[in-house]
Design a protein around this ligand. Structure first.
Ligand code: ASP
Length: 439
């Protein structure tokens, strides 16, 4: 059996955290491939090393002196090395970094050093081989991750290594220039490594015990999610739940490798399992609730719209012409509503409205702002009658006016539009009826 373990920045922020990580790795000999992030925050108000690197490099780019800032980064690593009583020295590495910063090696190179150096420390501490991600994770000339070439190079490189540390977050172009993923991208590296070694599980260690049914800023101490499918997770992450980088599921999903989200500070917790498919019923009918504020609805009326072929296309063309993506398009007999992000739409609204008039010749166009969308997600809804009824009666009891309802035919989620100011009350009402009422 093989496990790939990725540790996030807060799990590696100090020597004390490194020790917890080593205990976790040593507790299971199948934990053979380790993907570290850069050191994160040690306390609230602290700065992540990645952010320090970006800041330091910007000074270098402007031709300003950055020695104090670079020394502060070096001190963060030295504190970890000393706390672990390692004899390792990063002096030469920092000399190279200073030289490359002066030569303006690029922001991607700068940011990647956080994971690179943490990987060197981690490998020394564990006695594992260090594999520089720049040699095994490949991007194409457009800057897109090249999954197939990477998989070939990486699986070959790791095939004769029993144990290895591969830093997260970056790789390189064919010519060797370093390129990073977007922020939080070490999650993606972990997934890529899991695919390359055909791992049995990809463990993603962070500072929470997995996914929660609802946002803890809205619901006090919400219940955790034991098992969630990739599709449910996509729905929830899209609507704002964030524990794992959105792109991290793709490499493992194609191979049927499950992801287990775990808590470095509570290693005894089972965490959340993310799987392709499962016959495990979730404890509640719903798996999770998520949502976002800040939407606008554009309501378009036209008599006899239902019999006009191409009407919807013309309306959506108006949005496309101004580069605005739409979220949902519920429609009626003589009406069609397009939900868009308010901040994207605001500056272009009059142009879009006149384009709708020009292209689709509606009777009227009406805009409503300050709306929120709430997604209730659950594979269990398909086989349970009355879910929608329970949601709407809970909302009615909480005095929340429902402005939009959208249920896809997959019956995996129900999306509800409410006023921004009703957002929290709506989530609370839904959580109460499905979770609290069943506890
Ligand atoms: N260190 C990078 C960041 O702060 C990547 C990661 O932690 O996953 O975004």
């Amino acid at each position: 059996m093989k496990k790939v373990v990725k540790f996030g920045g807060s799990s590696l922020a100090s020597a004390e955290q490194f020790k917890k990580v080593a205990d976790i790795i040593h507790a299971d000999k199948e934990r053979r491939y380790v993907v570290p992030s850069a050191p994160g925050k040690r306390f609230s108000g602290d700065t992540k090393v990645t952010d320090m690197l970006y800041g330091c490099y910007h000074l270098a780019e402007e031709g300003k002196n950055f020695s104090k800032e670079l020394a502060a980064i070096e001190a963060r690593y030295q504190e970890i090395i000393d706390g672990l009583a390692l004899s390792l020295s990063l002096k030469d590495e920092f000399k190279t970094i200073e030289k490359n910063f002066k030569e303006k090696a690029g922001e991607n190179y700068a940011a990647s050093r956080g994971e690179y150096l943490n990987g060197i420390i981690m490998a020394a501490y564990l006695g594992y081989e260090f594999v520089d991600a720049a040699q095994v994770i490949r991007f194409d000339e457009n800057g897109d991750f090249d999954a197939e070439i990477t998989n070939r190079i990486l699986s070959e490189r790791l095939s004769d290594l029993k144990q290895a540390v591969i830093p997260g977050f970056y790789g390189s172009y064919e010519d060797g220039r370093v390129k990073t993923f977007s922020r939080g991208g070490s999650d993606i590296t972990g997934s890529i490594v899991a695919r390359a070694v055909k791992a049995d599980v990809y463990e993603n260690w962070t500072d929470v015990s997995g996914f929660l049914i609802a946002d803890p800023r809205i619901i006090k101490d919400p219940e955790g999610i034991e098992t969630i499918t990739y599709r449910e997770l996509r729905e929830l992450s899209y609507m704002g739940a964030s524990v794992l980088h959105e792109d991290a599921i793709f490499p493992v999903r194609s191979q049927g490798i499950p992801i287990n989200i775990r808590n470095t500070n509570r290693p005894g917790d089972e965490g959340t399992w993310i799987v392709e498919s499962t016959c495990q019923k979730s404890k509640y009918v719903i798996t999770g609730i998520a949502g976002k504020k800040g939407f606008c609805s554009v309501n378009i009326d036209k008599a006899m719209m239902n019999s006009e072929i191409g009407f919807g296309r013309k309306v959506l063309q108006a949005f496309e012409d101004y580069g605005i993506s739409f979220e949902h398009v519920p429609s009626g007999i003589d009406t069609m509503t397009v939900f868009v992000h308010q901040d994207e739409f605001m500056d272009k609204e009059q142009k879009v409205v006149s384009a709708i008039h020009r292209l689709a010749e509606p009777d009227s166009v009406d805009i409503e702002a300050d709306l929120a969308l709430v997604a209730v997600v659950g594979r269990g809804m398909k086989s349970t009658r009355g879910t929608a009824g329970r949601i709407f009666s809970a909302l009615a009891h909480a005095n929340v006016n429902v402005k939009m309802i959208d249920q896809g035919s997959s019956e995996l989620n129900i999306i509800i539009g409410v006023a921004n100011e009703d957002f929290e009350a709506a989530i609370k009402a839904i959580y109460d009826i499905f979770v609290v009422a069943q506890l």
